[in-house]
Design a protein around this ligand. Sequence first.
Ligand SMILES: Cc1ncc(COP(=O)(O)O)c(C=O)c1O
Length: 369
Amino acid sequence: MSDPIPLARPSLGRDESDALAAVIESRRLSRGSQLAAFEAAMADLTGAAGAVGVNSGTAGLQFALQALGIGPGDEVITVSFTFVGTVNAIVHTGAGVVLVDIDPATSNVDPRALADAITPRTRAVVVVHLFGRPAPMDTILALARRHGLAVIEDACEAAGSRYQGRAVGGLADAGVFGFYANKSVATGEGGMIVAHDERVLTRCRQLRNQGNDTVTDTRDESAAGFSARLSELHAALGNVQLARLDRSLALREDVAAAYASRLAGTRGVELPAPAAPGDRIAWFTYPVRLPDAASRDRVFATLRARGIECGRYFDPVHRLPFHLGRHRCLPLPITDDIGARSLGLPLFPEMTPQQIERVCVDMAQALEA
Ligand SMILES: Cc1ncc(COP(=O)(O)O)c(C=O)c1O
């Protein structure tokens, strides 16, 4: 068998090794200058007042929601076509989850479905920039403003994405990034909340550290808090990767363009739309749609047998065992259709033309079988 092709592969080199060695040399493994620098850089990237590093994107979403006052008795609207962490974060706040359908053109939330889901109990919307593609924030923010809802951007897959020229994450009340190993900024594990309101930032810092914000030296009297800090080693990796983000997104764009031109006209393969004018997609995977669930599963299995890792991105959350029947769901026909036949193809900055060719050839063979 040829060399395996991973779904994602972080770009790690000498700079990362040196940064990790410097942290080890410093003997400062937590709450140090690397975290402060990483937080400052993320606030700078997004135009936010500040940022709070945490140990996962899911924890970041939960803390952002809680810091915005969301809890039991409230309803939070989001999509079912997302990584399960989006919904788990809402569940952990005690709020009710409301799931709405997506726009088939973008796989992001359909703002009309969002409008239909609002009730007097609705307090917030979690907007996912899925696969690094910016969601239609202007429409969503206008709707949220009319109904007095908080908006949290789930930018876990979208570091560096731009909506109408502006960095995602900083467009709403709070934005959350993820740094799991498959992300454009990959620290192994980790996340970051960005926000414009100092009270929200303080509350997030309290929640990540047993209720105690060591930056403002304030304690949260209403909640015990969690243990969800981001270590200096992770932050050091984040600083190196963030400095390279623009270059790495350009390489990802090249891979996406190569897939698009290679697969154009391939029977049975629907390609993702290019970025809308003014937007930048931080390509996280190359998400194609196949004719139906059977062909998607066949392609997935064939590619895996040939050493090519793909993602069934995403099994809709409302169909996952824990979530089945637990949430208020509006009609989800597009989510059900696309969720069953969507496949994430490998995409990473150092992907070679030969690897792209292999993925395309093997996919075409599997489709014809
Ligand atoms: C859309 C989305 N939301 C939330 C998360 C949660 O991030 P984490 O795995 O760091 O908890 C992820 C990523 O992994 C994601 O892709």
